[in-house]
Design a protein. Structure first.
Ligand code: COA
Length: 626
């Protein structure tokens, strides 16, 4: 459901009578698993996997026993896969959050003429955050409903309640997603403002009164002046949060030995969100550069230390007008991030800033600077974190590409699903770049179910490979009619998988559940999960996600495999925005080449469809005319 309508009003956080996620049929999952991998691994390997899977699924075998246990788990939990999933997807992952895990939202470029403009923008935005938080707390946020396939179904709102209340605590082996419980006597609320690598506590409620926009502006001005003061300047501690999770957990353990550090950490961990005020980056603010800056902050030389990656919502506000939201992904999906950010942007454009004159006259206590005691050991760890972030900055290869020849309206006129069409185009592109198909991830929302997050649409279908080959290989040659049939087959295969995924019948969560259950029962992992095919099936060389927006902003993220691509796309009526990322140190990938072939494929698919369909040629003409 790319665009979510709000229809009924109910309580975010309750399950609104939603059904529980089903446990799919075991044989159906095993068959789909084999079918999805057959064309992705060599034949001999596939035959071995087939035997392993058959043994696993044999009557009265291990598979059936684990399946039975999963069904019992389903009875006792709101969502049988949630804990397994969040650990596997996020909390067990030891990689640094920037680029590898945290998606970002790049906001429209702002026209700030003075430094005061950026502060004014920040004050306005914080007011919006406080309004949105009130909507969440008073349970006034309308329930999202699905669009696209199975439109109209109400969706689980649980993720919204975590926007401003959770924190990802690093751990030596696995992280913990900490949720702040609302208490009878709520404690004073605060935002952390980062400025010049210093962190400040901005109380948003003082003497039981919520600060208005003027007050916020005054406080932010004070923070900016305090950040300029040379007298008390602390090292860029935020850098530690950009490191690998184990490294950060170890550094944190050292930090908390000192009570000053403990107090500072406590304030950050309990804040609503971060607002990071940045100096101009000095870069040309193209879409690609802005995406890069949001993803990694440009290293310590730019904004890399002016952040705290564990906190789910960080608003980056550059005095050069480069603004965005950096999101710790474990508590919610990009769609929830979009909804919240769109609310804030609409709030800001719909309610003009209330700042007539610069500052408020009220005497507010100055915001507090967070202090740090940095031992030589911490200083050394900071240097190591800076170095690693620098390598991440150098390594990210990003291309933000707006395809403007046509958008989803043209695809709809073909009577095809725009999402399926784009996925088939991505498969065709990958094939054209690398002459093979690879394990692909496409996020499919399972918010139709209690506490539902996502499952995977395995878009690398056999049908998409057949189509990609026909469109890319010189031999054998196919007529346009034949290619059109192949395209239709590929789109149908993709749509069928999508339908299964959004109704809780995909295979990735199910296999993960069976594996997790075996672990919980202290069993040796069944062969199906130690088999190389299973490993390959989980190396998502193409990691894709549709994140549509209705205002001028876009989402992007990094690749999840060293030799892979991250492709986030945003279909609009008459254009499609693609954010393609990969790593420079892989000699197999190149974002520019991928984009070049993607454009070719989209144009060739349009031409093919136009030749083969009357409706399409109408749509094509319209699309071309733009
Ligand atoms: N003919 C004409 N129109 C069609 C069509 C067809 N055959 N098939 C679909 N359409 C229309 C739909 O009705 C819809 O119309 P709308 O724009 O008026 O709503 C539009 O095309 C888009 O549908 P489609 O492209 O099929 O996509 P979808 O909306 O069903 O989305 C997923 C598919 C998988 C992206 C979606 O189900 C989903 O799960 N989204 C969440 C992804 C996510 O979580 N991302 C963030 C991860 S961090």
């Amino acid at each position: 459901m790319p665009v979510l309508e709000r229809e009924q009003s109910t309580n975010p956080g309750d399950n609104n009578g939603l059904p529980k996620l089903p446990v799919p049929d075991l044989q159906q999952t095993l068959n789909m698993y084999l079918k999805s991998m057959k064309h992705l691994v060599p034949e001999e390997r596939y035959r071995r996997t087939q035997a392993i899977v058959e043994e696993f699924g044999a009557p009265a075998g291990v598979g059936e026993m684990l399946q039975h246990k999963l069904q019992q788990r389903r009875e006792s939990q709101a969502n049988w896969v949630y804990d397994y999933w969040i650990e596997d997807m996020y909390l067990n992952n030891r990689l640094a959050l920037p680029v590898n895990s945290s998606p970002v939202m790049v906001l429209p470029n702002q026209n700030f003429n003075t430094d005061g403009d950026a502060i004014r923008f920040a004050a306005h935005l914080i007011s919006g955050v406080l309004e949105y938080k009130t909507l969440l707390e008073t349970r006034a946020l309308p329930v999202d409903c699905a669009r696209g396939q199975l439109a109209g179904t109400p969706l689980c709102m649980e993720q919204y309640s975590k926007l401003f209340t959770s924190y990802r605590l690093p751990g030596p082996r696995k992280d913990t997603l900490v949720a702040q419980k609302s208490s009878v006597m709520p404690e004073p609320e605060h935002i952390i403002v980062a400025c010049k690598n210093q962190f400040f506590v901005l109380d948003v409620v003082i003497n039981f009164r919520r600060l208005n926009e003027k007050d916020l502006y005054t406080q932010l001005e004070k923070i900016r002046k305090m950040a300029d003061s040379e007298e008390e300047h602390f090292p860029p501690i935020g850098l530690l949060t950009s490191d690998g999770r184990t490294e950060w957990a170890e550094a944190r353990n050292i930090l908390i030995k000192d009570s000053t550090n403990r107090d500072s950490l406590d304030m950050i961990e309990r804040c609503l969100c971060l607002v990071c005020l940045n100096e101009p980056s000095g870069l040309q603010l193209t879409d690609t550069n802005r995406a890069l800056l949001m993803l990694h902050g440009g290293g310590i030389e730019r904004h890399g230390g002016n952040r705290w990656y564990d906190k789910p919502m960080q608003f980056d506000i550059g005095s050069d007008g480069c603004c965005g939201v950096i999101c710790e992904h474990s508590p919610f999906e990009g769609i929830v991030l979009v909804q919240c950010t769109e609310y804030l942007l609409k709030y800001m454009s719909g309610s003009p800033s209330k700042l007539v004159r610069a500052a408020s006259v009220s005497e507010l206590p100055a915001p507090r600077r967070l202090r740090w005691k940095c031992s030589p050991e911490i200083q050394a760890l900071l240097a190591a974190s800076a170095d690693k972030l620098h390598r991440l900055v150098d390594n990210l290869d990003m291309n933000v590409f707006k395809f403007t020849k046509y958008g989803k309206d043209f695809i709809k006129k073909l009577k095809m699903s725009p999402d399926a069409y784009i996925q088939v185009a991505l498969q065709c592109t990958y094939y054209r770049c690398h002459r093979r198909a690879v394990s692909t991830y496409e996020s499919a929302s399972i918010r139709r179910f209690q506490e539902g997050r996502v499952d995977n649409i395995r878009s690398a279908t056999f049908e998409a490979l057949v189509f990609g080959k026909a469109m890319s290989d010189g031999e054998p040659t196919f007529s346009d009619d034949e290619k059109m049939e192949m395209l239709k087959d590929a789109i149908n295969a993709q749509m069928n998988y999508t339908l299964l995924a959004i109704t809780g019948m995909a295979i990735d969560n199910h296999l993960l559940g069976l594996k997790g259950m075996a672990k919980e029962m202290n069993m040796d992992p069944p062969d199906i999960f130690t088999d190389e095919t299973y490993t390959i099936s989980n190396q998502f060389i193409l990691s894709t996600s549709q994140v549509p927006t209705t205002v001028d902003m876009f989402c992007c993220y990094g690749p999840v495999a060293p030799n892979g691509y991250g492709v986030c796309y945003n279909p609009q009526s008459d254009a499609i925005l693609f954010c393609v990322s990969s790593f420079n140190d892989s000699d197999q990938t190149c974002s520019n080449t991928f984009v070049k072939h993607l454009e070719e494929c989209l144009l060739e698919m349009e031409s093919l469809c136009s030749k083969n369909s009357d409706g399409a040629s109408n749509g094509s003409n319209e699309g071309s005319g733009k």
